[in-house]
Design a protein around this ligand. Structure first.
Ligand SMILES: NC(=O)c1ccc[n+]([C@@H]2O[C@H](COP(=O)([O-])OP(=O)(O)OC[C@H]3O[C@@H](n4cnc5c(N)ncnc54)[C@H](OP(=O)(O)O)[C@@H]3O)[C@@H](O)[C@H]2O)c1
Length: 332
């Protein structure tokens, strides 16, 4: 049987447990040209909150009654004349929150799990890693000497953004929730400064930790922190809009930044990004990220919880911040 997490209704605010239901359905046989993948790990991402909403986005919403969309990694256990994939191959897919998937291989790619443990392919070597890489290099356009501020800095994307910026000779300041996460930024990731937004006044802390202003702001959280960061922009600064997790569970309108005229005064730009737009270049980026990891120049943490039955309480950790690094569910 295949345990599948089905979207039962569209949530308002922070999703309740009844947003999904767990079903157990029989596993079908792969048809000609298809494979059956047994998932080992499922990626839990803030974007899942947005995919449940029936509104225009960069991908269609998950429909009520469908398996909840999610990134996954697993192994092929049956193959029926697939041109590229064979039994035993380790595959990254958008297979959803379920234990097995049948696919024709569209939007799937093969990885070598002898080179890195599977969870890394959902983190630093997967979608969050690609987001950090293209977001800071191509959208943030960092150069040596830049001062880079990052929110959500201890998370899957933010922790990598900061390390890449350090590698490129930037001064890096991270904003994260709690002393543990700030200590992690300073002591393990080599950030130059950290701000604990849960215990410090963000405006005062920015004045203290970014006295010369910032050249790049990489935003993962939006809301008040984005608004405060805008006051610190230097001439020709770049603001990368990667995400706005502080706004995802709003029951009313998203809070926009009232300080946006700082863009005008400083001839600055603010640009949104979607990692999927860079898919054709993932190979090159993943190779470079892998090399940096092997050389010990970047590191990543994966926080792995077990059991599809524990999806809900694990998912909530994205919003409480009660996790360290990339959030993953182990399902085998
Ligand atoms: N544009 C793209 O293509 C793309 C791709 C991937 C991810 N993203 C976005 O990038 C952001 C980071 O994603 P991720 O996968 O790396 O997640 P993550 O940072 O690993 O996890 C989310 C973190 O957000 C922080 N957070 C939660 N609520 C918050 C709030 N109200 N205010 C401030 N911080 C809050 C928490 O950290 P603290 O403990 O520090 O509060 C939590 O650990 C998300 O906004 C996501 O949607 C965008």
């Amino acid at each position: 049987m295949n345990k599948q997490l089905i979207l039962a209704k569209r949530p308002v605010g922070l999703p309740g447990e009844d947003t999904w239901r767990l079903e157990s359905n029989s596993i079908e046989e792969p048809k000609d040209g298809e494979v059956l993948i047994q998932h080992h790990y499922i990626s839990l991402d803030p974007a899942m909150r947005g995919w449940m909403m029936d509104r225009k986005s960069y991908v269609p919403p998950v429909e009520i009654g469908e398996v909840m969309r999610a990134g996954a990694i697993g192994k092929i256990i049956k193959a029926n004349n697939h041109p590229d994939f064979n039994v035993g191959d380790c595959i990254v897919s958008w297979g959803g929150v379920q234990e097995y998937e049948i696919t024709n291989g569209e939007n799937c790619y093969k990885v070598d799990d002898s080179l890195a443990p599977m969870p890394k392919y959902l983190g630093a070597l997967g979608m969050p890693g690609m987001t950090a890489y293209f977001g800071i290099l191509e959208v943030g356009k960092i150069k040596e000497g830049d001062i880079v501020l990052i929110s959500g800095a201890a998370g899957a994307v933010g922790s990598l953004v900061g390390q890449i910026a350090k590698l490129k000779g930037c001064t890096v300041i991270g904003i994260a929730g709690g002393k543990n996460k700030c200590d992690y930024l300073l002591n393990e990731l080599g950030f130059d400064a950290a701000i604990d937004y849960k215990s410090e006044d963000i405006n005062e802390a920015l004045n203290k930790k970014c006295p010369k202003g910032i050249d790049v702001y990489f935003d993962n959280v939006g809301g008040d922190i984005l608004n405060a960061a805008l006051t610190k922009l230097r001439l020709n600064a770049r603001v990368v809009i990667c995400g706005a997790i502080s706004q995802y569970n709003n029951e009313k309108d998203i809070k926009g930044p009232s300080n946006y005229l700082s863009l005008l005064v400083n001839r600055a730009s603010m640009q949104g990004m979607v990692v999927l737009d860079y898919a054709q270049n993932y190979d090159k980026a993943a190779r470079e990220m892998g090399m940096w990891m092997m050389q010990g120049k970047i590191t990543s943490k994966e926080d792995v919880y077990e059991g599809i039955e524990n999806f809900y309480e694990t998912f909530l950790r994205l919003f409480s911040g009660n996790k360290m690094g990339k959030l993953i569910l182990k399902v085998i």
